[in-house]
Design a protein around this ligand. Structure first.
Ligand SMILES: [Zn+2]
Ligand SMILES: [Zn+2]
Ligand SMILES: [Zn+2]
Length: 185
């Protein structure tokens, strides 16, 4: 997959306009967060929280990304669109695109729309991160088990002293048993 510029990651992001937290859901349509506003994704890979986006578009009239001045995607009226209302003439965020295509999300997912390519990239990155975390957890668990085993063996060695002759150089309880059998029975 080509690597596109993207300032947004899965889950909690910080909005670079208001510095509040906002949530980017990997589900399409995006699942709202219990507390946080949605992190809106633009086709340029920038984004801002939904509250800033509303304020920004209201103030600006027509949308331009405040960081790179990239504008909207214009959609053709023949595209499938939701029954909810007339089609938008322009799409500035992933969620607007998803609203517009709500009847044909499967189809939307196969397009090379920059929004979808970015969303897939965010998804992919999150999946890789999770795999990495899992690998690290497995690795840490293995090391902890090894340390535990070492400790157990050390404790065993400590206890392996012959009660008859006092010999204490055994490396395990088994060795001590063998010694007792051979020397003292
Ligand atoms: Zn914001
Ligand atoms: Zn931008
Ligand atoms: Zn002995």
């Amino acid at each position: 997959m080509e690597n596109r510029f993207c300032s947004i990651t899965a889950g909690v992001n910080t909005c670079h306009l208001c510095f509040e937290k906002a949530f980017y859901s990997l589900k399409l349509p995006q699942r709202p967060h219990r507390k946080l506003p949605r992190m809106e994704l633009f086709r340029c890979g920038h984004g801002m929280c939904a509250s800033c986006y509303e304020a920004h578009t209201r103030a600006a009239g027509c949308f331009k990304c405040p960081w790179c001045r990239d504008g909207c995607s214009y959609i053709f009226p023949s595209f499938p669109h939701s029954a909810a209302g007339p089609p938008k003439s322009s799409i500035a965020t992933l969620s607007e695109l998803v609203d517009e295509w709500s009847e044909s999300l499967d189809l939307l997912y196969t397009t090379r729309s920059p929004f979808i390519l970015l969303h897939k990239q965010i998804f992919e990155k999150e999946k890789n991160r999770q795999v990495l975390c899992r690998d690290l957890r497995v690795q840490a668990a293995k090391e902890a088990a090894k340390r535990e085993e070492k400790k157990k063996r050390a404790a065993e060695r400590e206890k392996a002293v012959c009660g008859v002759c006092g010999k204490a150089t055994f490396t395990s309880a088994k060795q001590l048993e063998a010694h007792t059998r051979a020397k003292h029975q």
